[in-house]
Design a protein around this ligand. Structure first.
Ligand code: COA
Length: 293
């Protein structure tokens, strides 16, 4: 067994209808592929219908599943409502909303225009709100008793992060929404959870967030105690578990999957990792000598 293996049994998501926002590429696409392999019917949404269509076709061929491409800019509530209606028309119901669509760019905050800041907040926070509200209202109105919202946040939703301030601000809001609704909507049978992924390289995000030779300069694997970046299947395994009935008692949880990356930055003495083994003997002697004097 390896972490790149598929974790759940083949029919783990059979009968489920799942919507993945931002499902046309990157991590959304990877999670969609695994959901299809596990027997779910999946609708993928984004602004770029052509990309969605080609992804849906590719995934249907690879998995033999049903993947519906739907154009939807999550920033606009009426587009989200139309997308929901299209899903219901095609599949008759919806069980899972995966709020994966995101926008981000690196920049010193003072260089950002007000509109640039808004753009990221609108996609990440308002987009998650729009989808969650539309789907939640539908589930509550129709008295559907077993539905799930899964949000993708990030480890800097807790800590904040310089140079991606709109994203950090928005993701912190999504984190609060996750925990708030987990309590408020549990009585309607709606579970709300989140995943906080560390570095999982994707072509799109990596080229945009670490352009040019930055990717080599800032080798993300070096920041991770486990000394590697994540594999897409690891994230897909976790997402599939959290939207499946196997996690029926998991609600309001935010699962960090980052190889220990964010804690490495937090521990006050973690930088001592730089000390070579042979120096520890000398240091111990020096410290003990000080204690005796
Ligand atoms: N640095 C600073 N400002 C930027 C920027 C950057 N890299 N990219 C865009 N902006 C600004 C624009 O100048 C504009 O502000 P202005 O009107 O004051 O000039 C504002 O942001 C909106 O830009 P625009 O290109 O019109 O936005 P959009 O809605 O078409 O797309 C994104 C915004 C973020 C979604 C787009 O960059 C994108 O498609 N990114 C890929 C998806 C992504 O980021 N995924 C997340 C990976 S973690």
């Amino acid at each position: 067994m390896s972490y790149t293996d598929k974790m759940l049994r083949d029919d783990a998501l059979k009968g489920k209808v799942i919507v993945v926002t931002g499902g046309g590429s990157g991590l959304g696409k990877a999670m969609t592929k695994y959901f299809l392999e596990l027997g779910a019917q999946v609708a993928i949404t984004s602004r770029d219908l052509e990309k969605l269509k080609s992804t849906a076709q590719e995934l249907e061929t690879e998995t033999g599943g049903t993947c519906l491409p739907l154009q939807c800019d999550v920033r606009h509530y009426e587009e989200v409502e139309n997308m929901l209606q299209a899903v219901l028309k095609a599949f008759g119901k919806v069980d899972v909303l995966l709020n994966n669509a995101a926008g981000n760019f690196i920049s010193p905050t003072e260089r950002l225009s007000a509109n640039a800041f808004d753009t990221v907040i609108d996609i990440v926070l308002k987009g998650t709100k729009n989808c969650t509200l539309a789907f939640g209202k539908h589930w509550i109105d129709t008295k559907q008793t077993s539905s799930t919202v899964l949000n993708i946040v990030t480890t800097y939703a807790w800590t904040g992060s310089a140079y991606v301030v709109p994203s950090a601000t928005a993701k912190a809001g999504v984190l609060a929404m996750t925990r708030s609704l987990a309590v408020e909507w549990a009585k309607y049978g709606i579970r709300t959870n989140a995943i906080a992924p560390g570095p999982f390289p994707t072509k799109g995000a990596w080229d945009r967030l670490l352009p040019g030779d930055l990717a080599e300069k800032f080798d993300m694997a070096k920041k991770v105690p486990l000394k590697r970046v994540g594999d897409h299947q690891e994230l897909a395994n976790l997402a599939a578990y959290l939207v499946s009935d196997f996690s029926a008692y998991v609600n309001g949880e935010v699962v960090v999957i980052d190889g220990g990356e964010w804690l490495k930055g937090a521990g006050q003495f973690n930088l001592l990792e730089a000390i070579p083994e042979e120096l520890w003997d000398q240091l111990e002697m020096m410290i003990k000598a000080k204690k005796r004097s």
